[in-house]
Design a protein around this ligand. Sequence first.
Ligand code: ADP
Ligand code: MG
Length: 257
Amino acid sequence: MSAVLDVKGLAKAFGGVRAVQDVSFALGEGELLAIIGPNGAGKSTCFNMVGGQLRPDSGTIALAGRSLVGLKPRQIWRLGVGRTFQITATFASMTVRENVQMVLLSHRHRLAGLWTPARNLFRAEAEAALAQVGMGDQADRPCGVLAYGDIKRVELAVALAHGPRLLLMDEPTAGMAPKERVTLMALTKDIVRSSGISVLFTEHDMDVVFAHADRIVVLDRGRLIASGKPAEVRENPEVQRIYLGGAGTEAARRAGG
Ligand code: ADP
Ligand code: MG
């Protein structure tokens, strides 16, 4: 069986900076894989190569056996790679439901015509996506009035709405309080478990990473220095030395113990 995502020998340099060097990892169906590493380790560069925002200098990226290298972000999205996007000011005045409907319209190539008011298109599907993240009862509220944690749930609903098989989440919990982070990741994990989609994510909070990831890949200065199950990664001396040092080690030990 081919992996949902199979990345081999990925490399990207920006001028003299070797942001990602010879990074390989694979992601199975229904798996939650975390990429961690200090600032500048190359995490976002990896995400952007998988999502098509950046073209790798070398290496291969395959989604269920199909190469993604050279495809545009939109094509990759259509093949079933979702990613969380921040809901910006433009969409704040729209209701929660409308935000999700917009994505469905876009994915299915439909424009709101004269005869079908946009507000009725994909309404049921949008509501199903919102129910999945526990936002069903807030569908009629403008996004602009929501609490920050609820906006993050809507962003997740937007990312899930078109039924991706792989979800990319580059620091989905940025700016959230620790308790909200745990709630959002637990919710994500529930959805992964029930729908079988695969998730590649990054997250600063080691408690969240070690408690939720099925496997972890550790990058440092562009290189993969460790990968495996949380317990294995936590015990890796190089990870402890390079990345987890100090408070991180304590956090990781507590989360996994
Ligand atoms: P992370 O997400 O792990 O913090 P990044 O992937 O953003 O790391 O960055 C990896 C390295 O590549 C860093 O040294 C960063 O400064 C550099 N880098 C990232 N994007 C660019 C870019 N567009 N132009 C130049 N350098 C970049
Ligand atoms: Mg980053």
